[in-house]
Design a protein around this ligand. Sequence first.
Ligand code: GDP
Ligand code: IMO
Ligand code: MG
Length: 424
Amino acid sequence: MSNTIVIGAQWGDEGKGKIVDWLTESSDVVVRAQGGNNAGHTVISDGKEYILHLIPSGILWPGKLCVIGNGVVMDPEALLGEIDGLAEKGINVTPEQLRISDRAHLVMPYHREMDAYREASRGSGKIGTTKRGIGPTYGDKVDRVGFRLHDLVGDPVAFSERLYERVSSCNTLFESAGMETLDAEKIGKALLEASERLKPFVGDTVAELHEQMKAGKSMLFEGAQGTYLDIDQGTYPFVTSSNTTSGGACTGSGVPPHRIDKVVGVAKAYTTRVGAGPFPTQNDELAQRFHGMGREFGATTGRKRRCGWLDLVLLRYATMVNGFDDLAITIMDGLDEFAEIPICTHYELNGKRLDLPPASALEFDLVKPVYETLPGWQTDTTGIRKYEDLPDNAKAYIDRIEKETGANVSMVGIGPARDQTIMR
Ligand code: GDP
Ligand code: IMO
Ligand code: MG
């Protein structure tokens, strides 16, 4: 038995889905513990592409238990759509295979409206959210006015009463903003219908996960988003609304920290970010090149991802706050063609050297990234399957990441397919 947390080390989309899929073979249970359907995790299995938003990537492996933990915010419509989409692709999601926490908060239609409204009213200070209602749902959770799944499936009458009150108070706000109001009855009816389908999946997943641990099963925690989108450790306020770092896996699942054996960070060999906010190593030429190749488009919203060079300042701090034992470096093949590859070793701000990120997003925007140029390998790595067979310069690139972070690079991605993963 061994329990592993997998966490994005940058701004999301590091290839966590692919790494989780790879590690699922040797695990029994795959858990999502935070975020919602703002996530988009791509897995290519048997030549077919799947993009998972709420359901753990482990669902693609028969016989693995998947859990949506208490820390996740769950949009019932989105979840049922995802279950139906998987069924169309031949993956039947059963209540034996997918368990959903009765304590998970519900993303409501008014949360999605609120998300869109707040973004529109932020003007040039937009966060660039996915508009899935994530921020307002976590806001209500912290404000103690949210709805949890047990409210919906456990007591539909009380649920409906409180829902009407909540919709009515949201409508007052929408009206004053000149927006269309919502029909509480329609929302309630749709949710109660969804509830009938969801009920068999819902339970006390904390108790269920502890049963699994007692039975000696191995668990994998599939982080969503990335370290710099963490509400505490990220580039606040340009972040998501959950703790995306490793601690979130425990609070969001009810599995205590001392039961965790390993934390694996996933980082691209370069850096990307979708949405607004600081990005010191951003490089528009690199973005154009990747976009021209049909790469680096968001898996959830289809937006173009901003692209830049590898930033060791980010990886250093991410290794600290998450406690990465291992790193998986993905999309090494994305750098195959370059003769020279700049990597950012530190920042400078007002003449001072920074080896770690600043707290303030304003300062983060002002830092000057200082680069060192490493020689490229100019070799197609996509067919390589053994670490020893990687070009020397690619190995030197990885050695440098290890030296700067102190984490062990144990996996290297050289293509999107399941078998394009090199174990070290
Ligand atoms: P996630 O949100 O962290 O799971 O990552 P996304 O799925 O949003 O984005 C990662 C993208 O990179 C997807 O299109 C993956 O198929 C792709 N990918 C993952 N690992 C590799 C790799 O090693 N090489 C290449 N070329 N693509 C990869
Ligand atoms: P995965 O799990 C990349 C970004 C949004 C926006 C900010 C806040 O696929 O790595 P939100 O809708 O969460 O309130 O948006 O966070 N964001 C992501 N970026 N990958 C993700 O998930 C993301 N989930 C949210 O673009 O900048
Ligand atoms: Mg993604």
